[in-house]
Design a binder for this molecule. Structure first.
Ligand code: BG6
Ligand code: MG
Length: 213
């Protein structure tokens, strides 16, 4: 049976999950709240707007609509400062070998990212042309854990969800894959990513021969 692959971006292809964390941590500090790594597991895969709502609830703070929008912009500006020096070498371990294997096996490949910066980051790391389809936050109405991102990607590839394998580092993303009737490979710990059928440290650990079974 043919399989298509859908990759998340931040924390799967490159270490931008950490940059998102640093930018949110800086904003949370302004609200008097020290954002923890544990909080961050709940922020991974979550849209910019929903992330700010979550942080405000943690900090027990409310903002006017104007300040809310202004803080979304400031967080993104800090994030953009952090990613501006990224280049092709700034991919996570195993990523080049994974993309070579996908290409040589001619496996249909899509991106399914919650980020509005996905195209820019993919361009920076030199992988924008490696995808048959790209779905980012600009194309969908419902963010992860809703399955719309991955269902849209499957549709663009022309594959039924049951034949798509999603690689995710976020709990919200694993939930989105399962809600879309797709299998998920967790990039991270089993305790952080319940529901994924296997857990790897990085894409380089994936056994492509397992796709035959
Ligand atoms: C996800 C990240 O990929 O994109 C989240 O895991 C981030 O941490 C979300 O908040 C939205 O990203 P952006 O670039 O649109 O602010
Ligand atoms: Mg991610």
């Amino acid at each position: 049976m043919m399989t298509a692959i859908i990759l998340d971006l931040d924390g799967v292809i490159c270490d931008t999950a950490h940059f998102h964390f640093l930018a949110w941590e800086r904003l949370a500090a302004e609200y008097g709240y020290a954002l923890t790594q544990e909080n961050n597991e709940k922020l991974k895969g979550v849209s910019r707007v929903d992330s700010l709502k979550f942080i405000l609830s943690l900090a027990n703070k409310s903002l006017s609509e104007a300040d809310f929008q202004a803080d979304l912009i400031r967080k993104n500006e800090w994030y953009l400062e952090l990613v501006q020096h990224m280049g092709p070498k700034d991919v996570l371990p195993g990523v080049p070998a994974f993309f070579e294997e996908v290409a040589s096996r001619r496996i249909p490949l899509a991106l399914g990212s919650a980020s509005k910066n996905a195209n820019m980051v993919l361009t920076r790391v030199g992988l924008i042309d490696a995808f048959d389809a790209i779905v980012d936050a600009g194309q969908i109405t419902h963010g992860k854990p809703h399955p719309e991102t991955f269902l849209t990607a499957a549709d663009m590839l022309g594959f039924p969800p049951s034949q798509c394998l999603v690689f995710e580092d976020s709990a919200a993303g694993v939930q989105a894959a399962l809600a879309g009737n797709m299998k998920a490979v967790g990039i991270g710990l089993q305790s952080d990513l319940p529901g994924a059928y296997i857990h790897l440290n990085n894409l380089g650990e994936f056994d492509f021969d397992s796709l035959e079974n």
